[in-house]
Ligand binder design. Structure first.
Ligand SMILES: NC(=O)c1ccc[n+]([C@@H]2O[C@H](COP(=O)([O-])OP(=O)(O)OC[C@H]3O[C@@H](n4cnc5c(N)ncnc54)[C@H](O)[C@@H]3O)[C@@H](O)[C@H]2O)c1
Ligand SMILES: [Zn+2]
Ligand SMILES: [Zn+2]
Length: 342
């Protein structure tokens, strides 16, 4: 069957790989219909993702159809359309035993640390499949991206009416924006990219936007919007260590700062005294939990989340290798590119 492998940075190749074995106990054989492409895939392609190993079949944002189930599987049946929770956890470590399956100590993300779904069929643990009767495969492939923002917003326990500043209007910041809106909080988005801010206002219903210029104007604008108080919650989705340090300064008294963006660089805090003076809480956010997938599917099914604006680019599987480099260019306005296998 067909597969696409990232052999090494900058180098995809088409492969013919063996069919998966019959599903064992607790497993399901699935057909891949849609694959979402995200920053992790771009980072893997560019050789800039520290957790990425090669050669690798990418693909972790998947809309799949169940073909055959193994012994003991009761949550899905052949013919079911599913989203895939691509976080493979050991179920035994300290984190897993405490229910923190999103940050298992032996965590493997499909398509990043082990082979993913850029192929026709694959075996998956059935417990990682989340069914919808009504969503399209494209919508199901979007659930994982949304789950990252869902978890980040949950980490801060965002309350209705609070001011939430999202820094970084890429797909991860936008996914957080969806759940800030769902929770009835007031959203403010800060980015250096004017086109992305315009998209946030015009298509994503952001309450307010601020252009980051790297000067005092950002804080002045934030204070003007928040009645001088700054943001109750700041979610940094830039992955930029300077932005992550500066984010502390945007928190209100008693505020919470969530790092959903990832940096390998040192973060140093010139504003460190604010942590004490304003009694701030700093939170990490990694992946998402199983229950987020079910919740997001419900929110798309009932129309609370509109997936319409999200998918900006589409490609057929056979054209993916040629199309992929074009999605790296910001001027294409890509938010989410989706690869179709049928
Ligand atoms: N927590 C998780 O489990 C998880 C999962 C997936 C991705 N991520 C991380 O989330 C981050 C965002 O991912 P993405 O795909 O949305 O990336 P992206 O590059 O598409 O978006 C980042 C945005 O931040 C903006 N930005 C950069 N520096 C800025 C600054 N100094 N001030 C204001 N805005 C700035 C950019 O203009 C861009 O719009 C990355 O670090 C990624 O690795 C985290
Ligand atoms: Zn992703
Ligand atoms: Zn574990």
């Amino acid at each position: 069957m067909k597969a696409i492998q990232l052999e090494k940075p900058q180098s995809f190749r088409s492969l013919d790989i063996a069919e998966p074995a019959a599903p064992g106990p607790g497993e399901a054989l699935v057909r891949i219909h849609r694959i979402g492409i995200c920053g992790t895939d771009y980072g893997g392609f560019l050789g800039k993702m520290p957790f990425y190993s090669y050669p690798r079949i990418p693909g972790h944002e998947l809309g799949v159809e169940v073909l055959v189930v193994g012994e003991g599987v009761t949550n899905v049946s052949p013919g079911d359309r599913c989203s895939v929770e691509p976080y493979i956890n050991c179920q035994r470590c300290y984190s897993c035993r405490r229910g923190l399956t999103n940050c298992c100590e032996h965590h493997l993300t499909l398509g990043v640390m082990c082979d993913g779904g850029m192929c026709e069929r694959m075996l998956l643990p059935a417990r990682k499949l989340h069914v919808s009767r009504t969503l399209t495969y494209e919508q199901l492939a979007l659930v994982e991206t949304l789950a990252i923002g869902c978890h980040a917003v949950d980490r801060a326990a965002v309350q209705a009416g609070e001011n939430v500043l999202i820094i970084g209007a890429g797909p991860i910041g936008l996914s957080a924006l969806e759940f800030v809106k769902v929770g009835g909080a007031r959203s403010i988005v800060l980015d250096i990219n004017e086109a992305r801010l315009a998209f946030c206002k015009e298509r994503m219903g952001a309450g307010a936007t601020i252009t980051a210029r790297g000067d005092a104007s950002e804080l002045t604008a934030l204070e003007a919007i928040t009645n001088g108080q700054r943001a109750d919650v700041v979610i940094d989705a830039t992955g930029n260590n300077k932005s992550m340090a500066q984010a502390l300064n945007y928190c209100a008294f008693g505020g919470r700062l969530v790092y959903v963006g990832i940096t390998q660089q040192e973060i140093s805090f010139p504003q460190a005294p604010a942590l004490h003076r304003r009694e701030l809480t700093l939170l990490g956010s990694r992946n998402a939990r199983s229950r987020d997938f079910a919740r997001i599917i419900r929110l798309i099914e009932d129309g609370t989340i509109d997936t319409g604006p999200w998918i900006t680019h589409r490609a057929r599987f056979d054209d993916m290798i040629a199309e992929f480099p074009t999605w790296l260019k910001p001027e294409t306005g890509v938010i989410k590119a989706i690869v179709a296998l049928d």
